[in-house]
Design a protein around this ligand. Structure first.
Ligand SMILES: *Cc1c(COP(=O)(O)O)cnc(C)c1O
Length: 361
């Protein structure tokens, strides 16, 4: 009679599907499906995790004080307005739950990161996906989509899975066009990889607007996806709100120790960016030479466009046959494309060789 049911919006959520990591019958798997960084975890972080194990019986610092201070020092931010999370995904969900809800709307670009749609539905928001222009977020269209019920606007910059970068002036124009009762979430998961000189991952806008949050992660350039560690920089009043709803020990002690050590790893970012910039260009050149269209990327991946969904599936199968796992992005309404992470040098070369051979037929 009385069936146990969750809120109706919950059942409209398709569970998140991560990048694949196994291939039956293939020995050496090369996983280029989750943008996990080319070099593995920083050695200092590995050591810090092992050390933290000895104190595993102690509850972690629920305020992540040492980690917030290390992040603040590294990026020139006020630690009091940094909130750490069990991955930035957790913080994204809290922000959307806190400011969205039934009867509200969340506006995002058509090919934006899927977590925003999932968390928006979880919160009960109507999620509005705004068409892009040439796979770049269209600020005019986003502003036109904003209505009286809009409470959240979400922008990943540069974007996953397209790699597109919205110029700083356009991001500022977006914020300037939004009412002050709308929270703008700027997700800068790939900030460290960006080499554009005037790029602002969001911190300037957080300070200037009072209604903007920037989210960041240790899962990409810092190579700590398995630790689940993210952070966000926000106005004090938003930090107060998240402080009321987050789990009191949402970040574990090994993750905090790893994060602090990763920030201190000498030359890690510089070496990672240099490798990424060099090999991303080589992968782009190699794929273009093979006759594949590649969308411009500012991240540690490229979006290869095979023209048809069938051609993308065939390329995916050819890569898998060689043990190379990349990311199909049909779920992002990009069925003709594959997203390929920039891995180590030999892994990138294998992708170039495999796709060159595949395209020759
Ligand atoms: C990888 C990624 C994240 C990171 O999520 P974590 O929960 O910190 O691992 C956030 N946003 C985007 C757009 C990403 O690609």
């Amino acid at each position: 009679m009385n069936a146990l049911l969750p809120r109706p919006s919950i059942l409209s959520i398709e569970p998140y599907v991560g990048g694949e990591s196994k291939l039956p019958g293939v020995n050496r798997i090369i996983k280029l499906s989750s943008n996990e960084g080319a070099f593995g975890p920083p050695p200092g972080a590995v050591e810090a995790i092992a050390k933290a194990a000895r104190d595993a019986h102690r509850y972690p610092d629920g305020h992540a004080t040492a980690l917030r201070e290390a992040i603040g020092a590294r990026f020139g931010l006020d630690p009091a307005r940094i909130v750490c999370g069990n991955g930035s995904d957790e913080l994204i969900a809290y922000l959307i739950l806190a400011y969205g809800g039934e009867g509200t709307e969340l506006v995002m670009p058509a090919h934006g990161f899927v977590m925003y749609e999932l968390a928006g539905r979880y919160a009960g928001c109507r999620v509005i996906k705004v068409p892009e222009r040439n796979l770049v977020a269209d600020v005019d269209a986003m502003l036109a989509a904003v209505g009286p019920r809009t409470k959240l606007v979400c922008l990943v910059n540069p974007n996953n899975p397209t790699g597109a970068l919205l110029p700083r002036a356009e991001v500022e124009r977006l914020r300037a066009g939004l009412r002050d009762d709308i929270l703008l979430i700027l997700d800068a998961a790939y900030a460290e990889y960006v080499t554009e000189p005037d790029y602002d991952p969001g911190q300037a806008l957080v300070d200037a607007s009072g209604t903007t949050v920037m989210t960041r992660t240790f899962s990409k350039i810092f190579g700590l996806g398995g630790m689940r560690l993210g952070w966000a920089y926000m106005p004090a009043k938003v930090a107060d709100v998240i402080g009321r709803i987050r789990g009191p020990f949402n970040v574990n002690s090994a993750a905090m120790a790893a994060g602090i050590a990763a920030l201190a790893e000498p030359g890690w970012i510089e070496r990672s960016v240099a490798h990424n910039t060099e090999w991303r260009a080589r992968v782009v050149a190699g794929l273009e030479a093979a006759g594949i269209k590649v969308w411009p990327s500012h991240c540690n991946f490229v979006l290869a466009d095979f023209g048809t969904a069938e051609a993308a599936r065939a390329a995916d199968a050819a890569l898998k046959a060689r043990g190379l796992i990349v990311r199909a992005v049909g779920g992002y309404a990009l069925p003709t494309c594959l997203r390929i992470t920039i891995g180590a040098a030999d892994e990138c070369q294998m992708v170039i060789d495999a796709l060159t051979e595949h395209m020759r037929g």
